[in-house]
Design a protein around this ligand. Structure first.
Ligand code: F6P
Length: 359
């Protein structure tokens, strides 16, 4: 059996992309007569016909490598069917390039946006398999995405290190963790790092409640407080606004990141404290994948190769329970997996005395 497989990585990079690419390639070479085409910079390369035939040796030595050897780019799904000034019909171009490459299938590694375009291409008749990557862990139908656990490790390390400065100086340290819509990374690293307050986009906060927690700690002779806040967290007033309205209100108020704002809001109600904002930003997506993510990426990649062997397409690979499986692209594309407010991990945190700034 011969198969020509196109691979692309799309959206924000994350640790484990290369491990997953390697997993697909090595298993495919082992299982059947595979030819692999590397498509550059995600859907940009598929639209513009920027690709190369890969050699087997190109998949060696990449297990531990961060980023993606194929390059990546954000190509928003909302524009896929829009013909812009360049007059390019992107969907037609992707279908033509798929045919020109003589592909039997396309493997797309990415997050929610990537999966929406993967589903579109599947509906257009291409053979597509998705692999769920993102440090946000917000893809529906899989317990975990690859990249998430490495980011949890990094963010936890940041919280650990901030603890020492917080304790030495008796400060309130506000650490901004990535995650615009979903708070999984903040929730997990907040618990792992022993944060006192965890603020998530899914649970709007009230600064008075956050201040109450800091006050209680001071009363209990704790000189410092650690606040882990997701970059997409919002207060109760903002939660009632539409996204555009919220963005405008923030712009008018000179918003420069949620951690900075919380420091400002807290010191306004508690002038006696010293607060500092820490923004680890893209460090959370950088470097080598953890052992957990190397294993998960490899499992996902191998499962994709098995699906190709069975010619089962229109699906994305997933981890459910302790089993690697797959879901229909049409059932998961465009469905974000947010933190349910009554999730067991939220309750674990509450039972540990962690405040979510809501009560
Ligand atoms: O989706 C991963 C992520 O790191 C989010 O947590 C974050 O909001 C976003 O990407 C940042 O995107 P960019 O790398 O384009 O600044």
């Amino acid at each position: 059996m011969k198969r020509r497989i196109g691979i692309l990585t799309s959206g924000g990079d994350c640790p484990g992309l290369n491990a997953a690419i390697r997993g697909v390639a090595r298993a495919a070479y082992e299982m059947f007569d595979a030819e692999i085409i590397g498509i550059s910079d995600g859907y940009r390369g598929l639209i513009e016909g920027d690709w190369q035939e890969m050699k087997r040796s190109q998949f060696s030595g990449i297990l531990t490598l961060g980023g993606t050897i194929l390059g990546t780019k954000r190509t928003p799904f909302r524009n896929m069917r829009v013909i812009g000034e360049d007059n390019v019909d992107k969907v037609a171009a992707m279908k033509k390039n798929y045919a020109d490459m003589k592909l039997d299938c396309l493997v797309t590694l990415g997050g929610n946006g990537t999966h929406k375009t993967a589903n579109l291409l599947s509906e257009e008749g291409l053979n597509v398999i998705g692999l769920p990557k993102t440090i946000d862990n917000d893809i529906y139908g899989t317990d975990f995405t690859f990249g998430f656990h490495t980011a949890v490790d990094i963010a936890t390390d940041v919280i650990d290190r901030i603890h020492t400065t917080a304790a030495s100086h008796g400060r309130v340290m506000v650490i901004e963790i990535m995650g615009n819509k979903a708070g999984w990374l903040t929730l997990y690293s907040g618990i792992a790092g022993g944060a006192d307050v965890v603020l998530l986009p899914e649970i709007p906060y009230d600064i008075k409640e956050v201040a109450k927690c800091v006050e209680n700690r001071i009363k209990n002779k704790k000189s410092f407080t650690i606040i882990a806040v997701a970059e997409g967290a919002m207060d109760r007033k903002e939660a009632k606004m539409k996204r555009k309205e919220r963005e405008q209100a923030r712009q008018e108020a000179g918003f420069n990141g949620i951690a900075n704002r919380i420091c400002k809001e807290l010191t306004a109600v508690m002038p006696e404290i010293e607060a500092r904002a820490v923004v680890p930003g893209h460090l959370q997506r950088g470097g080598s994948p953890s052992a957990y993510d190397r294993v998960l990426s490899t499992q996902f990649g191998v499962h994709a190769a098995q699906l190709i062997a069975q010619q089962e397409y229109g699906v994305t690979v997933a981890l459910v329970g302790n089993t690697i499986t797959h879901n229909k692209l049409s059932e998961i594309a465009g469905v974000p997996k947010l933190v349910p407010v009554d999730h067991q991990m939220v309750q674990v945190a509450r039972d540990m005395g962690i405040s979510f700034g809501d009560k």
